[in-house]
Design a binder for this molecule. Structure first.
Ligand code: PRX
Length: 660
């Protein structure tokens, strides 16, 4: 858990201009209670605002908990909802995506592409046609997508959704090994990738990485390669095809009828890290997912047709799936999509983009904000960002200082919140909701749960804690957008999320609730770490380390970092014959980056002769963390339940001696 700042429970902020519109928290709580008590009716009313090919027969099938099914009997198609509906309306020539590539020339972006809803409709249909008729894909097949942040990425996702083809997007910063693991688990038949992507002025050789992965992915029959960079890449005859070549003969105006997908049919799988084992393939449905996205786009982002919306996430993560691809397009908004690093080539790249397109809604991360803060406010204030009326952050807790700073330098008149949710929830669960009922802001809080979301904070015994007391966040009632399961592993789904407390969903976070009903998510209660908002399992990093020939044992913990929130530190026990050295540290660091990807960079690697363990052999990561952060040990006793206090103390002292 990384939060080590005071929580300003009592500080209430009302943005100028909102004085008459803000409601007291008690009013919000009363309305929330009515809607949440009647959650099925509430969610049904939201779902009715979408267009269904066939209405549902039952709002919620809860006959086999926790395998809930929403809007059973209903049929819809997300590609139809996100594209056709708008292309057939006055929005046909409205900009859907304003895309900016990373390279800069003569002080200006070298490439800007604007795709209207009409353009999107044409391209999605053509790619869907190519998928069906050239690649032979059909409903229920799975494909993997390893692509950069270019418009073809959402187009491929929408085309797959059109056919009912289940897709899994793998973040383009992941390594060959991580890519192969995800392809193999999902049994993807086709891989969509690119010749490369731009990152900080350098080419990331995506196809080269994919080729390495493809050495051990027997399910993949065909590989489609987008020419993003135009460099020469290895193309395997009979397996690899260029995207443009496959599309060459597809007519411009081809129409592929959207499949009538069942509400509970899977839309995508997204892999995410957990406490143990390999990454879990979280499976999302179609109808429930569409419903939570519609509710949150309306309430959290308050989108209107005049807005210019920008979510700075990468599509490889859930934030990009929900709030770059499906959410904003469902609502027919104009959105900005940017390919590269937010601070490249100068620290104000992001602010220049926001100013250039007149962004009105900005969704970003605490890590990005803290990075901007380090560069200094003049990089922000030289741009006019007063167009921004709503901002939200996501991915990790935001410290009050960063919150106050960002609000001041971007636009003190804006609404600013921190939306809590996760890969598993599909959409935002706890957040300020300016499009519904806005309550006063407090720097660092997540605000109250969304309507229909029944959140609580429990102690170890499963009883609600008092206000301002720390406990475990839980969600009591099912919600649309919840996972169907973990791909191929129902048992693990039940065990991970539904077993800690009987009958309620356990996300794995610590939280406190205050007297206004606001939640403050404090960080992970398990061994997941959030590095710059990216979710990494300590287990993944440890298993990469122990695959190195010099390593006998390894333990990884996250320690607080002023910019990235948390960073991983490794404790390594070497095999006989190997000796600690700076060179070995560097080697281990690059080894793990290669195995997992560049997001897996250790802040430090410490060589020790043994790791603190419980009697049953479990590594006491919390002891390691306490030593590294000089945390008081008293805090640990309840957390290390299998171990005696004496044992923990001894392990702590031993480790401290060794490290110092
Ligand atoms: O610990 C919480 C943190 O991110 C975790 C989920 O990570 P992921 O599945 O990668 O999804 C991130 C983007 C939705 C949560 O368990 N988290 C996410 N948003 C917040 C947050 N912690 C505090 N405040 C937030 N706004």
């Amino acid at each position: 858990m990384s939060v080590n700042w005071a929580l300003p429970f009592e500080e209430k902020l009302i943005p100028p201009g909102y004085e008459g519109k803000v409601v007291p928290p008690s009013v919000y709580q009363a309305v929330h209670k009515v809607l949440t008590d009647n959650y099925k009716e509430y969610w049904e009313s939201v779902a009715k605002e979408l267009e269904w090919f066939k209405p549902w027969e039952k709002v919620l099938d809860d006959s086999r908990p926790p395998f809930y099914k929403w809007f059973v009997g209903g049929e819809l198609n997300l590609s139809y909802l996100a594209v056709d509906r708008h292309a057939k309306s006055w929005r046909k020539n409205k900009a859907a995506i304003i895309w900016e590539g990373e390279p800069i020339e003569d002080g200006k972006p070298k490439e800007v592409r604007v795709l209207t809803y009409g353009d999107l409709y044409r391209e999605v249909n053509r790619v869907a046609y190519m998928m069906r008729h050239v690649l032979g894909l059909k409903k229920g097949d799975t494909i993997a997508i390893y692509m950069p942040m270019v418009p073809e990425l959402p187009i491929v996702m929408l085309a797959a959704a059109r056919l009912g083809v289940i897709f899994t997007v793998i973040f383009s910063g992941f390594s060959a090994q991580a890519l192969a693991d995800r392809i193999n688990d999902s049994k993807a038949k086709v891989l969509f990738t690119a010749d490369g992507s731009w990152r900080r002025g350098k080419v990331v050789p995506l196809k080269e990485i994919a080729d390495k992965a493809l050495e051990s992915t027997p399910s993949v029959q065909k590989v489609v390669v987008l020419r993003r960079i135009g460099n020469n890449v290895n193309m395997v005859s009979g397996r690899d095809y260029y995207f443009d070549e496959l599309l060459k003969d597809v007519p411009q105006n081809v129409y592929v009828e959207p499949e009538r997908v069942k509400s509970e049919d899977p839309l995508f799988i997204l892999y995410t890290s957990g406490t143990t084992g390999k990454p879990k393939g979280i499976v999302h449905d179609t109808g429930g997912y569409a419903t939570i996205l519609h509710a949150t786009m309306k309430y959290v982002f308050d989108v209107r047709d005049t807005d210019v919306y920008w979510c700075t996430a990468d599509i490889g993560w859930i934030t990009g799936h929900s709030y770059i691809v499906f959410g904003p397009l469902l609502e027919g908004v104009t959105e900005v999509m940017y390919e590269g690093a937010m601070d490249y080539p100068e620290p104000d790249r992001w602010a220049a983009i926001a100013e250039r397109y007149g962004v009105t809604i900005l969704y970003t991360s605490p890590t990005a904000i803290r990075m901007f803060m380090r560069y200094g406010e003049s990089w922000v204030t030289k741009h006019n960002l007063r167009s921004v009326r709503i901002m939200h952050s996501v991915g990790e807790p935001i410290n009050p200082e960063a919150f106050r700073w960002f609000l001041k330098v971007v636009n003190p008149n804006a609404v600013f919140g921190s939306t809590w949710w996760m890969t598993e929830t599909g959409g935002i669960m706890i957040s300020h909701a300016p499009g519904f009922l806005l309550v006063p802001m407090k720097p660092g809080t997540n605000g109250p749960p969304m309507p229909g979301v029944d959140a609580d904070v429990l102690n170890d015994q499963g009883n609600p804690v008092k206000d301002r007391e720390r406990g475990y966040l839980v969600i009591r009632k099912p919600w649309p957008g919840m996972p169907l399961t973990i791909w191929g592993d129902d048992e693990r789904y039940v065990k991970t999320y539904w077993s800690k407390f009987q009958g309620v969903f356990y996300p794995g976070d610590f939280a406190v609730k205050d007297e206004d009903g606001y939640f403050w998510i404090l960080g992970r209660a398990d061994e997941v770490i959030k590095v710059a908002g990216h979710r990494l399992g300590t287990y993944e990093l440890e298993s990469a380390l122990i695959q190195h020939k010099a390593v006998a044992e390894a333990a990884v913990v996250g320690i607080p970092d002023p910019v990235k929130g948390e960073v991983p530190v490794a404790m390594v026990v070497l095999k006989q014959g190997y000796h600690p050295s700076e060179e070995l540290k560097r080697e281990l660091n690059s080894w793990v980056r290669e195995q997992v990807g560049p997001i897996a960079s250790f802040a430090d690697i410490k060589f020790v002769t043994k790791l603190p363990k419980t009697r049953s052999g479990k590594i006491m990561r919390r002891v390691i963390k306490a030593v590294l952060t000089n945390a008081p040990l008293g805090d640990l006793t309840t957390l290390e339940d299998e171990t005696s206090v004496e044992e923990i103390k001894r392990a702590y002292e031993e480790l401290r001696k060794e490290i110092s």
